[in-house]
Design a protein around this ligand. Structure first.
Ligand SMILES: [Zn+2]
Length: 376
C-alpha cells in the first residue's frame, strides 16, 4: 500500500503534523494522537486487565468526576507531558516546564518534581516524596496500592491533588500564570467543598419549598457577621465566618476546624463562639451576628441550671457578646447564610485560614449574588 502512494518530487522535504488537517502541531491534536496510538497499540495483556480492575475501583469512589477521569488518564499514560510527547515523535525538549531539571514523566509532573513534591508534604496527607523518583515507581501501581488500602478519604484526597497539580502545571505552560504551592492547596480545598456538599449533613431543618431568603446588608457603620458550622458525626467540625459591611464588601472571612461536637447544635455554638472571638480580635465593635440554627438562637437565654456542654459554650458566647459596643443576634434562613456555609465546609476539607478583606476562591459567585439581592 505504501508503494502506491505517489511521491511529489517538485519540492524539498519538510515536516508536517499528520494529526491535523493543516499539518500544524497543536497540543490538543498531539494529545488526541497519543490517546489514539495508545489505544490502538494496547495489548490485551494481563496488565490491561489489571488496569480495567483498577479503573472499576476508581470509578466506584465518590470523588469529583473530573478527578476520577484524571486518574484514568494517568493509569493509561494519557497525559501529554513533554516526555510523552517527545516519545511520540513531537519535536520538543522533554524537560519539565516547572523545574527545568528533569524529563517530564507523568510521575515527575504529578509527584516527584521539586516544584510539586512539597505540595504533597504540605497537604493533609503529609506524603513525603522528596528525592528522586525510585526506579520501580509507576503511577499505576502506586494508585493500585492506594486503592488496596481501602481508605476512601485518602484516595479521594490523592485524586484531587493529582488533578490540582496537573491543572497548576497547565496554567503555567499555557497561560504563564504561576500558582504558589499554598495557592494550589487552597484550590484543592475549594474543590473538596464541592465534593463535601453532597456528603455533609446539615444542621438545619430545611423544609423544601420554603421561601428563599437572601442575605441583607447591615446598616452603615455596622459589621454583619455570618457564622455557620459543618457537622459530620464522628468527624471534626468545620466552622465558617464572614464579616461584611453595608455595601456587602468582605471585611474578613475565616475557616476553622475543631473536634469534640456531639451534635449539630453544639457545632453551631462552637462556630459562633469562635466567630465572636475572631471578630473581637480583629477589632469589630458594632456587630450584627447571624446564624441559621434555630436551636442555637433559641438557646441564647440559657438557664443557669443547664449544665450541658452546649449551655457552657453559649454562656461563653453571651460573655463575649458583652465585649462589643453594640451587639445583635439574629436568626436567618439558611439561604441567607450561604457564604458562612461555604467557609465551614471549606474548613472541613482541611484548609483553615483567616483572610482580611479577602476570601478563598470559589466564593465570588455567592458573594455577588448576596450583594445583588441585598441592594434590590
Ligand atoms: Zn519538574
Amino acid at each position: 500500500m505504501v508503494m502506491q502512494i505517489p511521491i511529489t518530487r517538485s519540492s524539498s522535504d519538510f515536516l508536517i503534523w499528520a494529526a491535523t488537517r493543516d499539518g500544524i502541531l497543536t497540543t490538543k491534536s498531539a494529545y488526541h494522537f497519543i490517546c489514539h496510538q495508545l489505544q490502538v497499540g494496547r495489548p490485551s495483556s494481563s496488565l490491561g486487565c489489571d488496569r480495567d480492575g483498577l479503573w472499576r475501583d476508581i470509578w466506584k469512589l465518590k470523588s469529583i468526576p473530573r478527578c476520577k477521569d484524571m486518574a484514568w488518564r494517568i493509569c493509561h499514560g494519557f497525559l501529554p507531558t513533554t516526555q510523552c510527547l517527545a516519545r511520540r515523535g513531537v519535536q520538543l525538549e522533554p524537560v519539565c516546564p516547572m523545574c527545568g531539571e528533569d524529563e517530564e514523566s507523568i510521575a515527575h509532573a504529578l509527584i516527584f518534581c521539586p516544584q510539586v513534591s512539597p505540595i504533597w508534604f504540605m497537604s493533609s496527607l503529609s506524603m513525603n516524596f522528596s528525592g528522586p523518583q525510585p526506579d520501580n515507581f509507576t503511577m499505576e501501581h502506586w494508585l493500585a496500592s492506594l486503592l488496596d488500602q481501602g481508605d476512601d478519604w485518602v484516595t479521594d484526597k490523592v485524586l484531587t491533588l493529582l488533578y490540582a497539580v496537573w491543572a497548576r502545571r497547565n496554567l503555567w505552560v499555557f497561560y504563564h500564570r504561576w500558582l504558589t504551592m499554598e495557592q494550589t492547596l487552597i484550590r484543592v480545598a475549594a474543590m473538596e467543598v464541592v465534593a463535601l456538599d453532597s456528603s455533609v449533613g446539615d444542621a438545619h431543618d430545611l423544609l423544601r419549598g420554603e421561601r428563599q431568603d437572601k442575605w441583607k446588608g447591615p446598616a452603615v457603620g455596622i459589621a454583619k457577621i455570618n457564622t455557620d458550622a459543618a457537622f459530620k458525626a464522628g468527624a471534626a467540625v468545620g466552622m465558617g465566618m464572614v464579616v461584611r459591611n453595608a455595601a456587602g464588601e468582605v471585611l474578613a472571612s475565616a475557616s476553622g476546624k475543631r473536634g469534640g461536637a456531639d451534635s449539630a447544635a453544639v457545632a453551631e455554638a462552637m462556630a459562633l463562639r469562635w466567630s465572636l472571638e475572631l471578630a473581637l480580635d480583629m477589632g469589630f465593635q458594632a456587630v450584627v451576628v447571624e446564624t441559621d440554627c434555630a436551636v442555637l438562637h433559641g438557646a441564647w437565654n440559657v438557664a443557669a441550671s443547664d449544665r450541658s456542654y452546649m449551655a457552657a459554650v453559649i454562656r461563653d458566647c453571651v460573655d463575649l457578646s458583652r465585649l462589643f459596643r453594640s451587639f445583635e443576634f439574629l436568626l436567618i434562613h439558611r439561604t441567607a447564610n450561604l457564604v458562612a456555609d461555604f467557609l465551614a465546609k471549606f474548613a472541613l476539607s482541611s484548609f483553615c485560614n483567616v483572610w482580611l478583606e479577602e476570601y478563598p476562591p470559589g466564593l465570588e459567585g455567592i458573594l455577588i449574588s448576596d450583594v445583588s439581592s441585598s441592594s434590590s
